[in-house]
Write a protein that binds this ligand. Sequence first.
Ligand code: COI
Length: 367
Amino acid sequence: MVIFLKVKGRCLTTHVTSTLQETEPMGRYEEYADIDWNNLGYGLIKTDYIYKAKCTLNNTFEQGQVCDYGNIELSPGAGVLNYGQGIFEGTKAFRGEDGRILLFRPDQNAIRMQIGAERMCMQSPSVQQFVDAVKQTAIANKRWIPPPGKGSLYIRPLLIGTGPTLGVSPAPEYTFLVYASPVGNYFKAGTGPLNLYVNNEFHRATRGGAGCVKSITNYAPVLKAITGAKEQGFSDVVFLDSVHKKYIEEASCSNIFLVKGNVISTPATVGTILEGITRKSIIDIARDLGYKVEERLIALDELMEADEVFTTGTAVSVATVGSVTFNAQRIEYKTAGELVSQKLYKTLVGIQVGKIKNKYDWAVEIK
Ligand code: COI
């Protein structure tokens, strides 16, 4: 059990075995926060607590603290502000119908953050510190974890260069933060099929770049493509490879899959595609369900000839695609009847909320 002791406006975390002691004004430990749980979207809802830990260059991270949620102060010269030295993760806490609180494969996010930090010349927390931080943040914000079936608590671990650096060099100090927000469906249209637009003008990543890591610098450059597509009524964008402008890579914040017969295919992760944790979980689930899964180069033409298309990600979960448009050509896919994407979605969510016990023990109960 975790107790939060209020000390000069900060909260120190202590692990104890006795019952929870109330040290905050009443309300912080009520079962649910007072919000409209039936209409959760994907906006940031401030919760009660944030986890913070710092590290100076060539040092290890200090023990982190769970603090009151609020703004953070940064030097104007911070590496993250000037040179984009920042990476993040996304994971979710779910409330099962049996009342358990479950995280989905947080160790995988920890490992991915370490790989990303190495690529971006940043210090990173250990896998254990990362996982503990995610657990502490979820438990501290427990009243913000939606009731079963209403959504999840999206947890955002963020690693940023907070030390000042005027020349282009790694920042002398790093801060690891974990905050959270209750979320519902990522797309405004809810769980309805997505209409994707293939953008051949802007590219998300290049060979040798940082497309495979969850760098904050991967997102601002695609805002123009996403905004343009949304203005035309599309849900999201599919990016093509920047060399041949022919092979599909991923959508703006999710990996893409196509189904043809009994074969499911997805672009291989060759450095330009994010190594999605939902992506690799879906590959394992699909194989366990008897599908053949291929990771390889996929030309746009092949996407246009698929039976079904879907995207995967922590935020989007498994999202069925209804159409893909390239130039003036719009292709529609099967979205009714028995869908492979829905079978995979139900299995994934079943594992995440503890209804389906999977052989890998991906759901981690926290208390
Ligand atoms: C996630 O799925 O965790 C993401 O990173 C998506 C986010 C960029 C909205």
